[in-house]
Design a protein. Structure first.
Length: 103
């Protein structure tokens, strides 16, 4: 996702994420949360997914951006970019697993 890529570039450039990055992360978090709400609506209408891990991955994906923001807030400079890069990679892996377990 864009969070992992852009924060990875910031790590390589040895720069801290700015307000523009924070706004992008906020939008990404909102999109993931909206997708989670749509998933809940689908589960209520059509029944739960075949693989119960899908629910766990969904909960973790929705919490990934706010959790990363909490971890990154205690860091300065490059450490903040590293925290966002790790959080972005975790979110990317979770979304990929959601596609694999959904259906």
């Amino acid at each position: 996702m864009a969070i992992a890529a852009s924060s990875g570039v910031l790590v390589l450039l040895r720069r801290a994420p700015g307000s523009f990055f924070g706004g992008g992360a906020l939008w990404a978090g909102l999109i993931v949360a909206l997708a989670g709400l749509v998933g809940i609506a689908v589960a209520l209408g059509e029944g739960p997914p075949r693989d119960p891990l899908h629910i766990a991955y969904g909960i973790l994906a929705v919490g990934a951006v706010p959790g990363t923001a909490i971890v990154a807030s205690g860091r300065v400079g490059r450490g903040r970019a590293v925290a966002w890069a790790i959080g972005g990679i975790v979110l990317l892996i979770l979304v990929m697993r959601l596609f694999q377990t959904g259906g």
